[in-house]
Design a protein around this ligand. Structure first.
Ligand SMILES: Cc1ncc(COP(=O)(O)O)c(C=O)c1O
Length: 372
C-alpha cells in the first residue's frame, strides 16, 4: 500500500471537498471559517493544555448527532470504518492500527508493557510524561536524559543509555513542552539504529503542526517492520480533546500485544467523530492557519517584551519569564489566564498554548501587564 504524505493527504482531501462543493470540475472554494468556543465568563482563559478551541468542527458535530442513537452499541461494531481510513491515511494495513481512548491510553499501555518487571525506559527530560509515569507504577525504571543547550533531545546521550535492560526509548517529536523538532535525517538514523537494540516509541501528537514540508513520520520505519511504535491523536489539530480518541501504529505482532492491554478503549460517538474529522480538510487547514496566526501574535509580544522563546513546531510556545513559574502563573491567573504547569528544571520558563485569536489577545495584554 502506498503512503500518503501530509501534503498528499491534504491535497486529496481538499480535492474531494472541492468536487463535493462544485459538483465536478474543481474551482476555487471559498475559504471556510469556524467559530472558536467562547471565552466563558468567570473562568480563566485556558491556555494551559494545548487544546484547539475551534473544534469540534460542524461536520464532526453533525456526524455525532446523526449517529447518536448508535451509542447503545459497543464501539467495536463501528471500529472497522475508522481503522480502514486510518490504515489508508498512514499507508499501513488495518492490522497495524490500535485505536485507544485518546493517545494517552496508548502511551500508558505501552509504558506498562515495556516497563514492567524492572525494565528500563529512556526518555528526554522534560517531555510528555504519561508513558513513563505508568511504566514506573508497574515497576519500570526511567532514565531521564536532560535536553541539550538548545532544549532539544540529546539523541547521542539517549542512545548511550541503552543496555540489555532497556525496554523502550521514548521520543516526543515535536517535544512537549519545548515545541522543538529533531532534524529529519538525525531522527530517522537514530530510530533506525536504536530500534535494532530496543523498542522506539515516537509520540507524534503534534505532527500535523510541523511546518517543514515532507517531514518524515516514524511510520516509515513501522512499514519496514522495525521495532517502532507511533502514537497520534485527534485531540490537537482536529480539536477533539474531550472526545478521547487516538491511535497507535505498529507492526502487527506488536499491535496485537498492545491491543490486549487496552482498558478504556474509545466510544461509539468518538469513532463517528474521528471518521468525520478525517473527511474535513477545510477544518484541518483552518486549524493550522489559525495556529500559525496565533503563534505569530505571541512571538510578536514576546519580541516586544524582549523575552527569550523557542520557535515552536506545535500549538504551544515555551518562553523564558525570568521568574519562578509558580509566581508567574499566579500573576497570570489574577489576570484571567491559565498557563502551563511547571516543567522542572526550567522553573523560569512557561508553556503557553495558542488558543483562539481572542484568547491570544487576552494573553498578550495580560503578559504585558505582568511583565510591567
Ligand atoms: C506529546 C503529547 N502526547 C500525547 C498527549 C495526549 O493527548 P491525548 O490523550 O488527548 O491524545 C499530549 C497531550 O497534551 C501530548 O502533549
Amino acid at each position: 500500500m502506498n503512503t500518503l504524505n501530509r501534503r498528499q493527504w491534504l491535497q486529496r482531501g481538499s480535492l474531494a471537498s472541492l468536487i463535493a462543493i462544485t459538483g465536478g470540475a474543481p474551482k476555487l472554494a471559498k475559504a471556510t471559517t469556524f467559530q472558536p468556543r467562547p471565552i466563558l465568563p468567570d473562568q480563566p482563559v485556558r491556555l494551559s493544555a494545548n487544546e484547539n478551541p475551534y473544534g469540534p468542527s460542524p461536520k464532526v458535530r453533525e456526524a455525532m448527532i446523526k449517529h447518536f442513537d448508535q451509542a447503545c452499541r459497543y464501539p467495536r461494531t463501528y471500529l472497522k470504518q475508522l481503522v480502514t481510513k486510518l490504515a489508508e491515511k498512514e499507508g499501513v494495513t488495518t492490522d497495524h492500527i490500535v485505536v485507544t481512548g485518546g493517545s494517552t491510553e496508548g502511551l500508558k499501555i505501552t509504558g506498562m508493557i515495556y516497563g514492567q518487571g524492572g525494565k528500563e525506559i529512556i526518555a528526554a527530560d522534560p517531555t510528555f510524561q504519561a508513558l513513563m509515569r505508568y511504566a514506573e507504577q508497574f515497576g519500570g525504571h526511567v532514565h531521564r536524559v536532560p535536553l541539550n543547550d538548545r532544549l532539544e533531545h540529546d539523541l547521542k546521550a539517549m542512545e548511550n543509555r541503552i543496555t540489555s535492560q532497556t525496554g523502550l526509548i521514548f521520543l516526543c517529536n515535536p517535544n512537549n513542552p519545548t515545541g522543538t523538532l529533531l532534524p529529519a535525517e538525525q531522527v530517522k538514523d537514530f530510530c533506525e539504529s536504536a530500534a535494532k537494540k530496543t523498542v522506539v516509541f515516537s509520540d507524534e501528537a503534534y505532527y500535523d503542526f510541523i511546518d517543514e514540508s515532507d517531514y518524515p513520520s516514524m511510520v516509515e520505519l513501522v512499514k519496514k517492520d522495525a521495532n517502532v511504535i507511533v502514537s497520534r491523536t485527534f485531540s490537537k489539530v482536529y480539536g477533539l480533546a474531550g472526545i478521547r480518541i487516538g491511535y497507535l501504529i505498529a507492526r502487527p505482532d506488536i499491535a496485537d500485544r498492545l491491543k490486549e492491554k487496552v482498558v478504556a478503549f474509545t466510544n461509539t460517538p468518538a469513532l463517528f467523530a474521528a471518521t468525520a474529522a478525517l473527511d474535513d480538510p477545510d477544518f484541518y487547514r483552518f486549524s493550522l492557519e489559525k495556529n500559525t496566526a496565533a503563534k505569530n501574535q505571541i512571538y510578536q509580544t514576546l519580541d516586544d517584551l524582549n523575552l527569550e522563546y523557542i520557535p515552536s513546531q506545535t500549538n504551544f510556545i515555551f518562553f523564558k519569564t525570568g521568574q519562578h513559574i509558580h509566581d508567574f502563573s499566579q500573576k497570570m491567573l489574577q489576570e484571567g489566564i491559565a498557563v502551563g504547569r511547571p516543567f522542572p528544571p526550567y522553573y523560569n520558563w512557561c508553556r503557553i498554548s495558542t488558543g483562539s485569536l481572542q484568547e491570544v489577545g487576552a494573553f498578550n495584554d495580560a503578559l504585558k501587564r505582568v511583565m510591567g
